[in-house]
Design a protein around this ligand. Sequence first.
Ligand code: SF4
Ligand code: SF4
Length: 195
Amino acid sequence: MIKEAFNGLRTAWKGLALTLKHFGGATEAKKVKGIAEANYFEQQNGIATVQYPHQKLPVPEVGRYQLEVVIDDCIVCDLCAKICPVDCIDIESIKATEAIGKTSDGSVKRLYAPKFDIDMAKCMYCGLCTTVCPTECIIMTPQYDKSVTHISDLNYKFATMTEVEAVEKRLEQEKQLAERQAAKLAAMKKMQEDN
Ligand code: SF4
Ligand code: SF4
């Protein structure tokens, strides 16, 4: 009987110790730590469940989750789309008739972007697009819970131009092209006449 009582106390203590360990682990997990810290993964010890969304597991500072584009800083160079291994970035550009402003890093903007779509359903989160961007306007954010109800909603649209504005800019570009070609033709004719 004494032995059984001792065993009961021992197992009760083991259960209590496990509960205390989980409690301590959960408290520790609420503190965000950098991925570079040696004990980054150790902080998740003892966690069985988190009270999401009130409590979230920490994510690495360099984690790749959702892409974001600061479209005002985009110079529409298309480098991100070209390097994407799965072709999930779709950009359309319209050449402006003159410089249209500067990005926050001072790069001159000469192209409009009537379309800038990223299909996150196809994205493999390699991060290559973020490394080639000259203005660092396409970035990986730590947001991992951007859920949608239909897969087509994962095709994120970052362009801010309206269709009317896009048509106007295309017409301006065509007009400028036509004027330049007319001027070139006139210059060639004049050269022929002078000869
Ligand atoms: S992270 Fe990789 S796959 Fe995703 S859009 Fe960028 S280059 Fe493409
Ligand atoms: S690489 Fe950067 S600047 Fe160039 S189109 Fe992509 S997001 Fe815009």
